[in-house]
Design a protein around this ligand. Sequence first.
Ligand code: C2E
Ligand code: MG
Ligand code: MG
Ligand code: MG
Length: 289
Amino acid sequence: NADAAVHQAKDDGRNNYAFYQPEQTHVIEQWVRLEPELRRALALDQFRVFYQPQLDAVSGKISGVEALLRWQHPTDGLMPPGMFLPIIEEIGLMNQVGDWVLEQACAQAAAWKKAGYPVFRIAVNIAGQQVLNHSLVTTVTELLSKYDIDPDQLELEIVENIVMKYDDAAQPVLNELRNLGVRLALDDFGTGYSSLSYLKMLPVQKVKIDQSLVRDIPDDPNDEAIAKAIIALSHSLNLSVCAEGVETEEQKAFLRNENCDQLQGYLISRPIPAAELTLWLDQHILDHP
Ligand code: C2E
Ligand code: MG
Ligand code: MG
Ligand code: MG
């Protein structure tokens, strides 16, 4: 993921959110250096939540935003989650940080509502450790009530290996969340095992096609075929489909033509801070009344 960060920083010249470019420091040295800093990051208010819009593929209107965590490191700059989330999980801070992200996202949803923006979904990524923690259901319930958010407006994104790894423990928590009326999306679909039986078994309403499958559309006929099949299968199970990593007009045209429901990717917008997304919204609403 350090690689990805370098890559992202390089082609990121046009905005101010270029990620920190790691030196060739050994991963372990990096880890040892960052761990004590991460333990203080929440108290020092160094985490940020960026938002990336998701569009309805037919109307072009905004259908939601995904909340994505960043760490504003005091000397190294803005860090992508791939560089520090594994450490957070390892040192047992995932629940605390995850709760913080959830609260930020709910507070932001309430702020947009108060400012009169049309209601769109807020998607938040949930780590395996959070699903295992029974207080997640309580936290979500409290946040929905505190910020007066319709449960249907909140979407939790889970990856399938959470369920594969924890299975018996995860299933009841997901069911409880679903019973609250919160929506569930299966993230990064098409990678790993992507077992069809999980799709049937999980109480999810949406599938997110992984960006690795979108990347080589239209050059790779296999990826096209897989993306097409995922869309058709999801629809036959009454699930909606969001494609991630949409970077080109060709990809957008292909996905729309295959009846993909939602589009997310740099073509539409990179993940940006809330204040900037608000400006993006103003412009987007003018363009798509
Ligand atoms: P994800 O949930 O699959 O999020 C999508 C990732 O793709 C984000 O990376 C986003 O910046 C990136 N992306 C979006 N559009 C494009 C595009 O057009 N091209 C390319 N190349 N990339 C695109 P990011 O922000 O670095 O996050 C990486 C992963 O970290 C996320 O993948 C998610 O699994 C995890 N993550 C992020 N925030 C949180 C969080 O608050 N909690 C948890 N548990 N995990 C999080
Ligand atoms: Mg996600
Ligand atoms: Mg994903
Ligand atoms: Mg991913």
